[in-house]
Ligand binder design. Structure first.
Ligand code: FAD
Ligand code: NAD
Length: 469
């Protein structure tokens, strides 16, 4: 293995491994460092992939338990085998992470297992696992792709058994009777849904007065209503002030956000899901003079270069939406710029998806953002209850909302609650990227009967001419 590189990538998550592959495709001699024992980062190991595997399994379980009889399918003796469910999830993770290792090899990238530290200009030292010698890699450029970690909540210490982060919540040995989720964000609602479907009583405690803050307000409000209907309980505008652990469970103390009497709540398992923060521990940023902002994120310019020439950063560690596809796209652009090409990302049309059931998907501006910016818009809406495919599927909760500019009809935003919302939004994202209009979507032929017809009808409704409502 040669130590002289064009690019050393620190971190093997979606940003790091994709950036390394693109750089290698463009002929850059590349190495990738990863400190955990597998490539794939948070997303593949303890994030997107295991959570979606469990969401799928738990959805099947709930469907059989609650929905099959309406289809005339009687199932008796339904039993949960949690060990098998968790084992399947782990196999999905293991297969995919092995796949990444294969891709790294295929692209002739040097994979160095160990913790990377920037030792000086053009130098990265790697401390491998026990028993091996530290090595120093020399490189023209460094791409920091070290991702993020769980934000701790003072007074509620995570032990990954009784008080868990998302990582522990992906591996509970048994279904808790009572589960409290702190934070009604994406992780709280996704993993709260998994354990509720499997039989836990789930209460979500949220500091704000809305779930999924930042989403279009109509989406947040309706999603909370739907989740309540499914049996999830909410305690809003509440702050958790401490946790006491005993063998029998955890007692949380909490109080109303705006003042009032404190109260306690008991749980077998508490999930802390109040956000994630950038991970730059022991990376040597101080030594080399790379600045971080007040929240620890690494600021970069339009080429993803930090304030130090030759040191670039991409993915969760630079802030913005903490999403795997955003991280990947940044890494691709950064690698292409390093290889002498140009590129940029349209941050306005990055889709965000919450994989509850129904799913939530959003891209572009919310109504609140458009109002605040003083942009005049049309809003077209169509409920899944009026979509024939959703009715065939008995899956009618939710709606599609398309926001288009009043002057030229250009699509500015799309917000969906509904079955396969995460897939449905991609059509709108594509139209947004080509600066298309609601009329464009409305004029495109959509297969029948199909869920995408709800997108078409919402687009028609932006001009007041939806057909099926
Ligand atoms: P990471 O994936 O965090 O990868 C960084 C890697 O760098 C890590 O493996 C870390 O070990 C390594 N590293 C750090 N420091 C060093 C060092 N000094 N030397 C060597 N290695 C180092 N996003 C979605 O888009 N869709 C989803 O469905 C989704 N679900 C999620 C579910 C959960 C439970 C969680 C926690 C996150 C989820 N996310 C999802 C977010 C997604 O995981 C992140 O946005 C994404 O992983 C960011 O990629 P990254 O490469 O920037 O960082
Ligand atoms: P989040 O930012 O989505 O939600 C955190 C929630 O916790 C917010 O509603 C916030 O108001 C609340 N909160 C903060 N402090 C609190 C406190 N002290 N008490 C009660 N509530 C409090 O964060 P997350 O759910 O932890 O997810 C972290 C990141 O992971 C997100 O940025 C998300 O993009 C990413 N992620 C994405 C997906 C997906 O794309 N499907 C899935 C999981 C995670």
């Amino acid at each position: 293995m040669s130590d002289k590189y064009d690019l050393v990538v620190i971190g093997g998550g979606p940003a790091g491994y994709v950036g390394a592959i693109r750089a290698a495709q463009l002929g850059l001699k590349t190495a990738i460092l990863e400190t955990r024992d597998k490539l794939g980062g948070t997303c593949l190991n303890v994030g997107c992939i295991p959570s979606k595997a469990l969401l799928q399994s738990s959805h099947h379980y709930e469907m059989v338990d609650k929905e099959f009889e309406h289809h005339g399918i009687d199932v008796s003796g339904l039993k949960l085998n949690l060990e098998t469910m968790l084992g399947r999830k782990q196999k999905v993770v293991d297969d995919l992470t092995k796949g990444i290792e294969f891709l790294i090899k295929k692209n002739k990238i040097d994979y160095v297992a160990g913790f990377g530290e920037i030792a000086g200009p053009g130098k990265v030292s790697v401390s491998p696992s026990k028993g091996k010698k530290t090595q120093v890699l020399e490189t023209e450029n460094i791409m920091i792709a070290t991702g993020s970690q769980v934000t701790p909540l003072p007074g509620v210490e995570i032990d990954e058994k009784q008080i868990v982060s998302s990582t522990g919540a992906l591996d509970l040995a048994k279904v808790p009777k009572e589960m409290v989720v702190i934070g009604a964000g994406v992780i709280g609602l996704e993993l709260g849904s998994v354990w509720r479907r499997l039989g836990a009583n789930v209460t979500v405690v949220e500091f704000l007065d809305v779930v999924l803050p930042g989403m279009d307000a109509e989406i947040s409000k309706n999603m909370q209503r739907i989740l309540k209907k499914q049996g999830m309980a909410f305690k809003m505008e509440t702050k958790v002030t401490g946790a006491k652990k005993a063998k029998a469970g955890v007692t949380l103390t909490m109080e109303p956000r705006d003042g009032g009497n404190a109260e306690t709540m008991k749980a077998d398992v508490v999930l802390v899901a109040i956000g994630r923060r950038p991970f730059t521990d022991k990376l040597g940023l101080d030594r080399i003079g790379v600045t971080v902002d007040e929240r620890g994120f690494i600021p970069v310019d339009e080429d993803y270069q930090t304030n130090v020439p030759g040191i670039f950063a991409v993915g969760d560690v630079i802030g913005g939406a903490m999403l795997a596809h955003k991280a990947e796209d940044e890494a691709v652009v950064c690698a292409e710029i390093l290889a002498g090409q140009t590129g940029q990302i349209d941050y306005d049309s990055i889709p965000g998806i919450v994989y509850t059931h129904p799913e939530v998907a959003a891209a572009g501006k919310t109504e609140e953002q458009l109002k605040e910016a003083g942009i005049e818009y049309n809003s077209g809406k169509f409920p899944f209850s009026a979509n024939s495919r959703a009715r065939c599927n008995a899956d009618t909760d939710g709606f599609v909302k398309i926001l288009s500019a009043k002057d030229d009809d250009r699509v500015l935003g799309c917000h969906i609650i509904g079955p396969q919302a995460g897939d449905l939004i991609q059509e709108v994202v594509n139209v947004m990227e080509f600066e298309g209009s609601a009329e464009d979507i409305a004029r495109i032929c959509h297969g029948h009967p199909g869920l995408p017809e709800a997108v078409k009808e919402a687009a028609l409704d932006a001009d007041g001419r939806a057909v099926h409502i």
